[in-house]
Design a protein around this ligand. Structure first.
Ligand code: NAD
Length: 494
């Protein structure tokens, strides 16, 4: 034990430190009272509206349109009309618009980051340093492919599919929008996108960026609404559905469009194993575990929500983890010191509470960050469960909140077996100093993304997607372009 650790042992990390509040100003965001639907480059009025709120204090932010079946059909018709000229525009011209969008997002990043935290509840330091830079980077990256499609797929003649219907969740609203829209436009498709009902505001602000970039009318259309609007989009005349969300809804969509000829990609849930071997760099690993599960309140499909620790270092890992958790600052998403923000919605909070209750009833041992939660809004303290059996619900079901379940293993074989023992297969993490062990594990883990000695790292050039009930199709990189293209060789049976 080092001197510092000895001292920390005598006096546990002081949790009573008071930080001066460091709130980000919301002045930069100008909200309208009521938003319409962005169809064919115009704002159209919806017949019905709903209120979108801030989860940090439940205050109403704006009225948002609930797009009907007819609205969705108009959006698809606008996208169909725009497709003719957009798909025949030179790739280098399409790229110009996309570079413009990327630059405007970067220029207006503070405005977008504040709005993202306000509407979604994530800490401002995450929207500012992760969501916004990555969203702009996606447009920059795919703009670069727009005029190189023929070189990207040698000996195959790529052509766009037509109109893409895209449905996204609430955990990374603007980033998921970028993951969807950027490759679709680069490939020459036009788009109708539906944001999640609890976080529509950055997608609506994005329409302003489209206008500023002078993107031709109808190339991107945004229709807001709940699952009914999503279902109408699935049912409409689009050529492809790209869906990110829960496995349950993903399966329903797949059943619904089977046999229609519509293309489909599904990015669904996860229950990632973060696997810690006894030769890991332990302090770095603790940071990776914390980042893996408490980043974005655990509202992350690839969150490292199952910690598998080699038995020989179980105690120091759990001790250090609890000590680190005690330093996490939970509170106002707009405070620059906040590590863990608000839970996105009441419904999501209730889901987390229900699963945590199940964990307690099944016999797991609970530890929570000692913190005072604000009275208004939706909050859940960072939580870790020890003494977890593989059969417990908290070890099998996606909680999608700041809740970690710790399990142990003795051998690498056992680690692989336990890691693969869920219906999901989205991501995994491996912590060890041995490169050969990382490769050995990566070959055996059934997960689309495997991080080694790090976690939750994203790059537009790197494909992302799942196995099993985590879905199919990839987003990011060259792989992410393919689902938005048809190939002439396919038509001729080649
Ligand atoms: P959800 O499936 O309830 O909603 C996702 C989107 O689908 C929303 O826009 C919603 O309005 C829409 N929707 C709901 N019912 C629909 C229907 N019948 N037809 C068409 N659209 C419909 O999921 P959620 O609770 O909002 O999001 C959380 C889930 O998303 C988690 O399971 C998480 O793992 C997953 N997720 C996956 C990824 C990934 O890349 N794999 C990324 C983020 C989130």
């Amino acid at each position: 034990m080092t001197e510092v650790e000895k001292r920390q042992d005598r006096s546990p990390v002081p949790t009573g430190w008071t930080y001066a509040p460091a709130p980000e100003s919301t002045d930069v965001v100008k909200l309208r009272e009521r938003y319409g639907l962005y169809i064919g480059g115009e704002w159209l009025t919806a017949k019905e509206h709903f209120t979108t709120i801030s989860p940090r204090d439940e205050s109403p932010l704006a009225e948002v349109g609930q797009a009907s079946v007819a609205d969705v059909e108009s959006a698809v018709a606008a996208a169909r009309e725009a497709f003719e000229s957009w798909s025949t525009l030179a790739g280098s011209e399409r790229a110009k618009y996309m570079f413009r969008i990327a630059r405007i997002l970067a220029e207006r990043s503070r405005e977008f980051a504040v709005l993202e935290s306000l509407n979604g509840g994530k800490p401002i330091k995450e929207s500012r340093d992760v969501d916004l830079p990555l969203a702009a980077a996606h447009f920059f990256y795919y703009a670069g492919w727009a005029d190189k499609l023929e070189y990207a797929f040698p000996n195959r003649r790529p052509r766009p599919l037509g109109v893409a219907g895209q449905i996204i969740p609430w955990n990374f609203p603007l980033l998921m929008l970028s993951w969807k829209i950027a490759p679709a436009l680069a490939a020459g498709n036009t788009v109708v996108l539906k944001p999640a009902e609890t976080t529509p505001l950055t997608a609506l602000l994005f329409c302003d960026v489209l206008r500023q970039a002078e993107l031709p009318a109808g190339v991107v259309n945004i229709v807001t609404g709940d699952g009914r609007t999503g279902a109408a989009l699935v049912d409409s005349g689009v050529d492809k559905i790209a869906f990110t969300g829960s496995t349950e809804v993903g399966k329903a969509i797949q059943r619904h469009i089977a046999g229609t000829g519509k293309r489909l990609t599904l990015e669904l849930g996860g229950k990632a194993a973060n696997i810690v071997f006894d030769d890991c760099a332990i302090d770095q690993t603790i940071e990776g575990i914390v980042n893996g599960i408490y980043f974005n309140q655990g509202h992350v499909c690839c969150a490292g929500s199952r910690l598998l620790v080699q038995e020989s270092i179980y105690e120091p890992v759990v001790d250090k983890l609890k000590r680190r958790m005690a330093t996490l600052r939970v509170g106002d998403p707009l405070d620059k010191n906040t590590d863990v923000g608000a839970i996105n919605s009441k419904v999501q909070l209730e889901r987390i509470e229900e699963l945590v209750e199940a964990g307690k009833n099944e016999g797991a041992e609970l530890f929570q960050t000692p913190c005072q939660l604000p009275e208004k809004g939706y909050w859940f303290a960072p939580t870790v469960f020890t003494n977890v059996a593989q059969s417990y619900r908290i070890a099998q079901e996606e909680i999608f909140g700041p809740v970690l379940s710790v399990l142990t293993f003795r051998t690498p074989e056992e680690a692989v077996e336990k890691a693969n023992n869920t219906p999901y297969g989205l991501s995994a993490g491996v912590w060890t100093e041995k490169g050969s062990r990382i490769l050995w594990m990566a070959e055996r883990l059934r997960a689309g993304v495997i991080w080694a000695n790090t976690f939750n790292r994203f790059d537009p050039a790197s494909p992302f997607g799942g196995y099993k009930e985590s879905g199919f199709g990839r987003e990011g990189g060259l792989h992410g372009l393919e689902p938005y293209l048809a190939f002439d060789t396919e038509t001729f049976g080649g």
